[in-house]
Design a protein around this ligand. Structure first.
Ligand code: PHE
Ligand code: ZN
Ligand code: CA
Ligand code: ZN
Ligand code: ZN
Length: 282
């Protein structure tokens, strides 16, 4: 897969920060910063030739939105899907949670166009609404699919928090959910071992949007650099950073800003996403 530019990812995070700042400080469900962020990502995908769709749903009497983008070529009966949530909590701008996954997916999607990659499989990207209210957008999307459309999705990869300031390199464990996929786990592990970065498997269970896909019997995988959990000394030895401190001390707090990012973790995970797309959809 191509090398995703960390400078571009950081510029995108600055843009999400600016949108939040101009809209009350967040990208939460039902707040103006959310739809403004959807529209910013959508316009970039549209300009690159994606077929985009904004799917609305209602939660707490408020309209929320999923953004879905399909690449124009590839086998629509065999789709590789990737996603992450774009909403934040109300407390802050959610730059690590989950600006990071959101901009990484965006730049991998744009790289499909800029490199001239012609995937043989169908390729679909999603930015979910209202994850923070209980995986609402992704669950709505999966429930909205016909049985046939569900069966066309061969894999779903989820990216939620990929630039934690005191990072761990976690790969969703195939055995950690009902439809965890050894193939997906190994493609991601293979990328990190190729760049000499040790990983650990993690059982993310129902804590992010892959759960809706797992419930629908779709193979799932993903990466994660850690939230409120505490880095052990063994983990600090292999990954650097600070033992005894959270992977993300600003998790769900107002300090989850552009200052709350480890650029190396952000970059490596975006490159891992690109590797997964180029491997799985080729
Ligand atoms: N989904 C959690 C949140 O948005 C974060 C998380 C991601 C936790 C992945 C575990 C695994 O707050
Ligand atoms: Zn690669
Ligand atoms: Ca890179
Ligand atoms: Zn969160
Ligand atoms: Zn999250």
């Amino acid at each position: 897969g191509p090398d995703i530019s960390v400078a571009t990812l950081q510029a995108d995070l600055n843009q999400l920060q600016s949108i939040a700042t101009a809209n009350g400080g967040n990208r939460a469900h039902g707040r103006p910063g959310y739809l403004a962020s959807v529209n910013w990502i959508k316009s970039k995908l549209d300009a690159a030739g994606y077929t985009t769709r904004v799917q609305s749903f209602t939660r707490n009497g408020v309209v929320g939105y999923n953004l879905i983008a399909d690449w124009t070529t590839g086998d629509a009966n065999n789709v590789i899907m990737l996603g992450g949530h774009l909403d934040s909590v109300t407390a802050g701008p959610g730059i690590n949670d989950n600006g990071t996954g959101s901009v990484s997916l965006l730049e991998v999607a744009l790289a499909v166009r800029s490199t001239g990659f012609r995937p043989s499989k169908g390729l679909r990207f999603a930015w979910w609404g209202a994850e923070e209210l209980g995986l609402v957008g992704s669950t709505y999307y999966v429930n909205s699919l016909s049985t046939t459309d569900r069966s066309r999705i061969r894999a779903y990869l989820n990216f939620d928090m990929t630039g934690s300031p005191n990072p761990g390199y976690f790969v969703y464990s195939a055995s950690g959910q009902p439809t965890g996929s050894t193939e997906l786990q190994q493609v991601i592990q293979g990328y990190f071992s190729g760049i000499g970065v040790p990983t650990e498997l993690t059982s993310v269970g129902g804590r992010s949007d892959h759960a809706a896909f797992a419930r629908a019997s779709i193979p799932v995988g993903g990466t994660f650099t850690g939230a409120e959990g505490i880095k052990t000394s063994a983990q600090a030895q292999k990954w650097g950073g600070t033992a005894g401190q959270a992977f993300d001390r600003c998790y769900h707090r107002s300090c989850d800003t552009t200052a709350n990012i480890n650029a190396t973790a952000l970059d490596r995970n975006a490159d891992a996403i690109a590797h997964a797309v180029w491997t799985l959809a080729a």
